[in-house]
Design a protein around this ligand. Structure first.
Ligand code: NAI
Length: 248
């Protein structure tokens, strides 16, 4: 029996990277997949094809997660196309790193809007749908640096810490309606972004991680599968670190 048979999952920023891995993992367990990204491009089209090839319903939506109005329209379209929403994965995120004294207001606003406001936008739009279903799982992508902080990432760390406070509050507000909310805090995950770093830098990271390797998008997707499925039916308001033991 598949863990997500006939469930509908909405995943933001999923045309590549961790979001894409989550979409593929969920589909492999029988979920129908609605996903967003900024543009309707080749990445979006090829993921839709790949998901359809797995025998599930799939559709990509071009939508800026930082835009409240656009998000409301996107969620309404997903509900109309798929009929329900069982799992929301707030995954879209960006970095615009820099030391605080050199950080511009634009760098701050962009990261807070894309990483944190997007979580407000999607959760607010999806919550009434899940409330009327009396069930739902909301998973938001935080980061280990949202817990521990990181020099050069005041904007990013603040956005990821904000997601944790938001998630715990949503868990308290919506628990009685059968909605669970949890955050995932990945450590160093090898994606397009991090693959560009030199071999030396990556080896240095790995040596500081108890499991001695960077994580894969699939490592993160497996934890999202747990949180999205009934395996985690009594887990809410938690932050699950997926970091090879880097943060304890
Ligand atoms: P990525 O850059 O490979 O993928 C992010 C996706 O989000 C891209 O497809 C991008 O186009 C999309 N996106 C960006 N802004 C958007 C917007 N305004 N609206 C809709 N979509 C938008 O990044 P990756 O590595 O897959 O990260 C996914 C999530 O995991 C992010 O929230 C990131 O902060 C988080 N994370 C990643 C870690 C890593 O080591 N790669 C570690 C900890 C957290």
């Amino acid at each position: 029996m598949n863990l997500l048979q006939d469930k509908v999952a909405l995943i933001t920023g999923a045309s590549r990277g961790i979001g894409k891995a989550i979409a593929l993992k969920f589909a492999s367990e029988g979920a129908n997949i609605a996903f967003t990204d900024l543009k309707d491009d080749e990445n979006m089209a090829s993921l839709v094809k790949e998901l359809e090839g797995m025998g599930v319903k799939a559709k990509g939506y071009a939508s800026n997660a930082a835009d409240t109005e656009e998000t409301a329209k996107t969620v309404a379209a997903v509900a109309a196309d798929f009929g329900r929403i069982d799992i929301l994965v707030n995954n879209a995120g960006i970095t615009k790193d820099g030391l605080l004294l050199r950080m511009s207001e634009d760098q701050w606003d962009a990261v807070i809007n894309v990483n944190l406001k997007s979580v407000f936008n999607f959760t607010k739009a999806v919550a009434p749908i899940m409330s009327s279903q009396r069930s739902g799982s909301i998973i938001s992508m935080s980061s280990v640096v949202g817990v521990s902080g990181n020099a050069g990432q005041t904007n990013y760390s603040a956005s990821k810490a904000g997601i944790i406070g938001f998630t715990k509050s949503v868990a308290k507000e919506f628990g009685k309606r059968g909605i669970r909310a949890n955050a995932v805090a990945p450590g160093f995950i090898i994606t397009d972004m991090t693959a560009q770093l030199s071999e030396e830098v990556r080896k240095d990271w790995a040596s500081k991680i108890p499991l001695h390797r960077g994580g894969t998008p699939e490592d993160v997707a497996n934890v999202c599968l747990f949180l999205g499925s009934e395996l985690s039916s009594y887990v809410s308001g938690q932050v699950l670190h997926v970091c090879g033991g880097m943060n304890m």
